[in-house]
Design a protein around this ligand. Structure first.
Ligand SMILES: Nc1ncnc2c1ncn2[C@@H]1O[C@H](COP(=O)(O)OP(=O)(O)OP(=O)(O)O)[C@@H](O)[C@H]1O
Ligand SMILES: Cc1ncsc1CCO
Ligand SMILES: [Mg+2]
Length: 254
């Protein structure tokens, strides 16, 4: 059975410590795929929520220092309960964010890290040109992705014009092309959450990360064409396309 179909059968709950910029799109993406999103900022409910969740997605886009213990507690509980933890290390190259993420990953096990080339370079002690949330270098850098995977023991999803997915040994690629992804803020956040939904029902983080990234890339291409390559309606059309793909996967077996 495909992972996408399993998501709809199991309707897993995906718990998100989301950023405050793009959380509606993140929740929609999870929901339209057939999973169930939940966002929280309350440490006193973490244990209860994680016990009914199938994955935890940590997005460090709008963190502050008071939230570090909250992120650590959430991930430690998920580790203890053997639930996959996905990290989206937004702009981790910036010094405070680097300090936050360093302290987080020193304490917890991350299953999958999804970031752009500049963010993944940081995990490989390397530098790729960037400005804030955006990587500026379009080169495909397998070396950084492989090194990041080996150093963190996580599956790495390095997004860009070509996406590279690796566990430090095997390297998989997604080569779909939708330029509108780059200018619509939050598409990376949506993909990280979708990877969370896939990992929540799969025993293979590598396979889950690859299939989620491929689905997202294909949906992006269809959505770009449908909106004549104009950005204003892209995300809504992308969400509709994800929904249709999820529905189609059901029809293939009915
Ligand atoms: N230059 C590009 N051309 C085509 N697609 C791209 C390009 N850069 C990124 N993408 C696609 O955009 C999606 C999000 O990846 P991206 O690298 O932009 O994440 P991000 O920088 O974290 O985004 P955000 O911070 O806005 O959420 C991925 O599906 C990726 O394949
Ligand atoms: C623009 C922005 N700033 C912090 S998080 C975020 C959304 C992209 O991750
Ligand atoms: Mg991002």
């Amino acid at each position: 059975m495909s992972i996408l179909l399993t998501i709809q059968e199991k309707q897993p709950l995906v718990l998100n410590l989301a950023n405050s910029v793009t959380q509606q799109h993140v929740a929609d993406a999870i929901s339209f795929l057939g999973a169930s999103p939940l966002m929280t900022r309350a440490s006193n409910e973490l244990e209860e929520l994680l016990s009914i969740s199938s994955a935890l997605v940590l997005n460090t886009g709008t963190i502050n220092e008071e939230e570090l213990p909250f992120f650590i507690t959430a991930a430690k509980l998920a580790n203890k309960m053997h639930k996959p933890v996905i990290l989206d290390p937004v702009a981790v190259m910036m010094p405070y964010r680097a300090s936050f993420v360093s302290r987080l990953i020193a304490e917890v096990k991350i299953t999958i890290i999804r970031g752009n080339a500049a963010e993944i370079a940081w995990f490989a002690q390397s530098v790729v040109a960037s400005k804030g949330i955006d990587a500026l270098d379009e080169q495909v850098n397998d070396h950084n992705a492989l090194k990041a995977a080996r150093q963190t023991n996580a599956v790495i999803v390095q997004t860009g014009r070509t996406d590279t997915i690796t566990d430090g040994k095997k390297v998989l690629k997604v080569n779909t092309h939708s330029p509108l992804f780059k200018i619509n803020v939050g598409c990376g956040d949506m993909l990280s959450a979708i990877i969370g939904a896939f990992a929540s029902v799969s025993d293979s983080p590598l396979e889950a990360a690859f299939e989620a990234t491929q689905l997202f890339g294909e949906a992006g291409e269809l959505a770009s064409t449908a909106v004549n390559n104009l950005p204003g309606n892209f995300v809504n059309t992308l969400l509709d396309t994800l929904y249709q793909k999820a529905q189609n996967s059901r029809e293939t077996i009915i």
